[in-house]
Design a protein around this ligand. Sequence first.
Ligand code: MGD
Ligand code: MGD
Ligand code: SF4
Ligand code: MO
Length: 813
Amino acid sequence: MKKKLKQLLSPNFSRRDFMKSTSAVGGLAAVAGSISLPFKSSPVAAATTPSEEKVVWSACTVNCGSRCPLRMHVADGEIKWVETDNTGDDEYGNHQVRACLRGRSMRRRVYNPDRLKYPMKRVGKRGEGKFKRISWEEAYDEIANNLTRIRKDYGSEAVYLNYGTGTLGGTVTKSWPPGGTLIARLMNLSGGYLNHYGDYSTAQIAAGLNYTYGGWASNNSFSDLENTKLIVQFGNNPAETRMSGGGLIHHLMESKARSNAKMIMIDPRYNDTAGGREDQWIPIRPGTDTALVAAIAHVLITENMVDQPFLDKYCVGYDEKTLPASAPANSDYKSYILGKGEDGIEKTPAWASPITGIPVDIIVKLAREIGQAKPCAIFQGWGLQRTANGEIASRAIAMLALLTGNLGINGGGSGARESDYNIPFVRFPIPENPVKTSISMFLWTDAIIRGPEMTATKDGVRGKDKLDVPIKFIWNYAGNCLINQHSDINRTHEILQDDKACEMIVVIDNHMTSSAKYADILLPDLTTSEQADFCMDTKAANMPYFIYADKAIEPQFEARGIYEMCTEIAKRLGIEKEFTEGRDQQGWLEHLYKLTRANDPSLPDFETVRKQGIVKRRDPNGHFVAYKAFRDNPEQNPLSTPSGKVEIYSERLANIAKEWELPEGDVIHPLPVYVSTAEGWDDPNRSKYPLQLTGFHYKARCHSTYGNVDIIKEAAPQEMWMNPVDAEQRGVKNGDLIRIFNDRGEVHINAKVTPRMMPGVVALGEGAWYAPDGQKVDHGGCINVLTTQRPSPLAKGNPQHTNLVEVQLVNKA
Ligand SMILES: Nc1nc2c(c(=O)[nH]1)N[C@H]1C(S)=C(S)[C@@H](COP(=O)(O)OP(=O)(O)OC[C@H]3O[C@@H](n4cnc5c(=O)[nH]c(N)nc54)[C@H](O)[C@@H]3O)O[C@H]1N2
Ligand SMILES: Nc1nc2c(c(=O)[nH]1)N[C@H]1C(S)=C(S)[C@@H](COP(=O)(O)OP(=O)(O)OC[C@H]3O[C@@H](n4cnc5c(=O)[nH]c(N)nc54)[C@H](O)[C@@H]3O)O[C@H]1N2
Ligand code: SF4
Ligand SMILES: [Mo]
């Protein structure tokens, strides 16, 4: 032992030897307890391990909303361990941006057994996962030749860039929006591609609140909660969805501690953000928030808690006074609430209670608290809008902020999701797309099988009355939406399996995902650790930052970066010079940063950024207050709605409701009225499938990314949440293996029996790796085996949290 210690402290002893020797003396902990560790950051290390281990700044660029710095400790060309931000301190406002456990397990993603090693070409049936190794030259030629052939036969409208967010935090590697990627640059320089609008995250809220506020609806930053009296969160769960130590859960907790404001969480699931921090949890039936809001509005109106001057001055259609001339009598929101509208029903708490599952007295108390707290901050997450009529639900929640006059002030808000201050950064230039047609991102599977039948008024095709050609070529870069993340996997499988329908699929990923198995040509990409890039944060309240992620290790196997891939294909399409403009990847990073600095000379120079890794800022205004300029001076700063005001009643929606052809049961309405939907709580089909299945974004993964990391899977297993009452009825106990099924498919997974789930509702975290057994049963717990491709009415978006299922016991634990 003595000899070992002497050896450990000798100047020639490397970290690698150390790791070896620790096992010889009884493990890391035993040694760590008795001597000072020879890590590079310690004074001993500086003297003892010259040039053996280097620390390289890198980042986690997945789509969790945060974006964390990772400091890679590299020795012998290998990442040995991963640290996070070491700038700043524990003080809120100067805090470290600490990566979550997913980011800290990046090593296990980089060196994962699922890593793609070589370019490959499909040999079996599409989706079977059978490939042969090919050279990069062959792969590039295949892609360029097929692209040219398909464009010649069908035109560029047949080329589609599928949604993918695996590395949206990058600049060169940026995978989202597809229209902002290097592939879009490549396509637009050579003829263009079929666009899409909307995204899987926010299709319904983006479409819905656009009619209320005009454009993308912002809300105050979470840092501004230090100015509020009451926080009401509708299905908002930053403890899981904005997890980093520099991200929004940190801002929520710290600012709430300053104001000591009460927090009420409205969610069918007792989520982790509630997790002991909430003052009240109100479980609500999925898809019924609009009814709850209507009942709260009833109490606010009848008990005189409405901010009438605000509604008169800033809004259209609260009551008859401000209804547009084209609107029929009694089509205002107040008439709807008081039962004077077309349905003649008064939206009392007693009316809403059986719909929402919330007792009357709780609704009344909630309404009074919202009406009396000045100011009051109303927020919504995006879970409740990823539903069958999420457009209406998102607009309804905004009503609470409007009725109480909380818009545009500190401590108040708009009722949308929280916003952030960002550092403006110049992105890769993307030339204009010559193809102007665009489909909803959710309808790409339909565009493969019935493209030319899809029209503007039936399917939301934009830029043209109808699609002319089906999708024939798909680029799938850093996305798992070909299978795992898109609804109704069994339907998608049927559509993709036919290689006469969509003729060519190119997948570019790091891992053999379920989507990768559907590739015709499969290209192994570099990870963030194997190349240099700028990585942006977008969700950090009033302390934004960006990261210079340097190359930490050499490319693994034959992996190549997206810039090189696109350059090689550009060469074959005869547009290499236009594509590269004479720069390599490093040249572009330096160029884009130069442009960024020209706009903002206070930023440090490139070399400094490279060394310091992270650049942090503070919002010069303190906090972001949404619609402040409008509130302060509405004449000078009108909204971009047609009236320039907040449109509670939307004339444009009234027209769309008249003009569009909607399937039976779908509703588009000028007001945020409560409507029943397919697969809602009152669908007659509940006699067959009695449980509402909702989803959530789980801490175990970012969607499917990190879903193959062993230690994370163990720490946060995939389970279906279920209330003890529903479990008991089915003889299910905690940990039992169950089958969850409906007409679309079947999933086998363990049950988590917990009072954290409301009765009648079950929940499954989205993103688990689809693991079919050949009999159409998934054993991975992938919720999209059970979700539908029927789009929402207005956005034509993904209603992935609206499903009916039944659950049965398979095996006792
Ligand atoms: N049922 C249900 N489905 C959902 C949702 C839901 O709530 N419920 N949520 C939806 C939402 S909001 C979203 S945003 C989508 C997300 O769907 P996706 O954007 O498909 O997200 P991921 O599943 O994380 O897939 C990212 C892929 O990128 C790969 N990747 C990671 N890093 C890199 C890289 O550096 N290079 C390359 N080439 N690839 C990389 C990963 O291996 C992974 O295959 O899912 C949607 N699907
Ligand atoms: N760890 C982790 N973080 C992530 C992601 C991830 O996959 N993993 N994904 C990222 C991405 S791309 C996105 S878009 C965001 C998603 O962010 P969100 O869409 O906000 O996340 P969800 O978990 O889908 O929904 C939030 C909450 O809404 C609740 N909810 C569901 N239906 C209803 C309803 O009808 N009414 C009410 N009141 N609540 C309801 C859910 O139970 C959940 O707790 O998260 C981001 N962050
Ligand atoms: S998954 Fe999100 S919170 Fe976790 S390290 Fe990556 S960017 Fe940060
Ligand atoms: Mo998302």
